[in-house]
Design a protein around this ligand. Structure first.
Ligand code: FES
Length: 567
């Protein structure tokens, strides 16, 4: 038998001795033979004093363990890396693949028949799902859940769309230092993930649509009792999966489930980061996310969820309106209801049980959408041969067709030093260009694509400008912002050729972004580019691995050798 404690024995050349030794040591924890003979459910622990988004993880673990034991299996909790968005240098994206490798290898290395991964802060769920999919062990995802909302002067506040909105007001001189300090204490009033439709909420919704977590798991607020009952129920499901040896992620994740995830990503007005993560997850399976197909889905699927930053509400309102099951019900024929879930049934069962909430206005019907088209569009053109992304649901409509003069920043540092310079030659019709902020360039593709409006323009009342880059943007941000320009400047993408004063044309309806410079001149500029060299930061360790093997945004920014097919 290779179940439970007998799985994956340490190599001593004598299997009987390996098991004897393993049992001898684990009995030091006080376990009985009865406990050690049960199917094992591993549970990841991503609690960290550096990760307030995961502040409820110890309670979720206790509830999940209870569920596992009530069903006659044995829970084993083990630590993995934890990544909190604002505590990860240089970026959390830089560490996502490290967390995916850590989690996958610990799932493989330790004896378990099923695994529960508990995560939530932006890069954690993607990393954990990438790991679970690659290990292909029966897996249950429990998101930690969103924070509850904050309040300030009678206004509802949420991390971190309102962080950015109010910081912009402070930069423009509309609120003073004392008020911004008061706001600082009210933006994140509980543990849990950002409660707008940022990357964390996006990934939790996608996970539910993929069938990898229980219904409503994306939206129950982090501190609510319901979250812990969901964790207990998830523990029971994981115990049943451990006993039945399935279903495995490979049995759940099909072409249809990935399409469903893309439909939900568009319909929630989700984070642009969601597209990168979903691509990385798919690349660890036989399935693929095709950017053009994703764009076509966006043209068919309306935005139905009225959440910030595209709309008005917050995650708890989405939850009380019926959550992802109700959304999928509203999406009707756009969702393939035959897709399987970890609960043993299909999305048809999930949708059939969706709650009807009279008078709710957070989840609209298809006859009354927030936006007729999905939240994200994919652009191509001579500036982005392999694609770029814009969250047009959160953009200024009149800027979606715009031709303007480029104002180029060489790097995040250059932008930080110069953007507020009173002598910067910039006007509201210009296009701010940031480069060398892609997967390799920065490194880790920082969320710097939300370039601040130059202070002198902000103080003049300018709220939005076209901004383009090879960087990412927080899912909580908004504006007319073109991101993930691929290939990035640091590997010689055309973004490297732009000069201040060039004209750039953005045409979101036509799905294009072009540099209006003659091809012969672009060739001259390309010939003058320095060939990429290994930077000093990438000479050793994880940084070296990252620099040598990181893929571009259109391939999900995974390491080339971590895809299903390997290198
Ligand atoms: Fe953790 Fe937003 S900072 S989810």
């Amino acid at each position: 038998m290779t179940d439970g404690l007998r799985k994956g024995l340490t190599s001593y050349g004598d299997a009987g001795f390996s098991l004897f030794l393993r049992k001898a040591f684990i009995k030091a924890m006080g376990y009985s033979d009865d406990a050690l003979d049960r199917p094992i459910v591993g549970i990841t622990n991503t609690y960290s004093d550096y990760n307030p988004c995961h502040g409820n993880v110890p309670d979720i673990i206790e509830a999940a363990k209870r569920g596992v034991m009530l069903s006659g299996a044995m829970p084993f909790v083990f630590p993995t890396i934890s990544i909190a968005e604002s505590f990860a240098h240089p970026t959390s994206m830089y560490l996502r693949n490290l967390m995916a490798m850590d989690t996958e290898e610990m799932i493989r290395a330790q004896p378990m028949d099923a695994v529960i991964v508990i995560g939530g802060c932006d890069k954690t769920l993607p990393a954990q799902i990438m790991a679970a999919v690659s290990a292909d062990l029966p897996s249950v995802v429990i998101p930690v859940g969103p924070m509850v909302v904050g309040h300030h002067k009678g206004e509802v506040l949420g991390a971190c769309t309102d962080c950015r909105r109010l910081w912009a007001k402070y930069r423009a001189g509309e609120i003073d230092g004392q008020e911004i300090e008061a706001v600082n204490g009210r933006l994140a009033p509980s543990v849990g993930t950002c409660m707008v439709m940022g990357t964390a909420s996006t990934m939790a919704c996608i996970t539910e649509a993929l069938g990898l977590s229980l219904p409503m798991s994306a939206t129950i607020p982090a501190p609510h009792a319901e979250r812990f009952r969901l964790a207990e129920a998830s523990g029971k499901v994981a115990a049943a999966m451990a006993a039945a040896k399935g279903p495995r992620p490979s049995e759940i994740l099909t072409e249809a489930s990935f399409r469903n995830a893309q439909v939900v990503l568009q319909a929630i007005g989700g984070s642009t980061n969601g597209l990168i993560h979903l691509t990385a997850i798919a690349n660890r399976t036989p399935h693929r996310i095709d950017l053009d197909a994703f764009d076509r889905i966006g043209r068919e699927v309306p935005v139905l969820v009225d959440l910030k930053p595209s709309g008005e509400h917050y995650m708890e309102h989405f939850h009380h309106a019926g959550g992802v099951p109700k959304l999928m019900k509203q999406l009707g024929s756009l969702i393939d209801l035959d897709a399987k879930t970890i609960a043993g049934g299909t999305l048809r069962d999930v949708v059939a049980a969706a709650e009807e909430v009279p008078g709710q206005d957070a989840i609209r019907g298809r006859d009354d959408p927030i936006k007729l088209e999905g939240g994200l569009a994919v652009l191509h053109g001579n500036l982005a041969p392999r694609g770029a992304v814009i969250k047009h649901a959160a953009a200024t409509p009149k800027l979606l067709q715009h031709t303007g003069r480029a104002v180029v920043f060489e790097s995040v540092e250059d932008m930080t030093l110069r953007v507020d310079d009173p002598d910067l030659d910039v006007s509201a019709d210009d296009i701010l260009v940031l480069r060398n902020a892609g997967p390799k360039g920065a490194p880790g593709m920082p969320e710097a694509g939300y370039l601040p409006i130059p202070k002198k323009l902000a103080r003049g009342g300018v709220k939005d400008m076209v901004r383009i880059s090879d960087a990412r943007m927080s899912g909580t941000a908004f504006g007319t912002i073109v991101l993930h320009i691929t290939p990035e400047a640091a590997v010689g993408g055309p973004l490297a050729l732009v000069r201040t004063g060039d004209m750039i044309r953005l045409d979101v309806a036509g799905r294009s972004i072009d540099l209006l410079v003659e091809p012969a001149e672009l060739e001259r500029r390309r010939a003058a580019l320095k060939p990429p060299a290994t930077p000093d930061w990438a000479r050793r360790g994880y940084a070296h691995l990252f620099n040598e093997t990181i893929l571009q945004a259109d391939e999900g920014c995974d390491f080339d050798f971590m895809r299903r097919s390997g290198k």
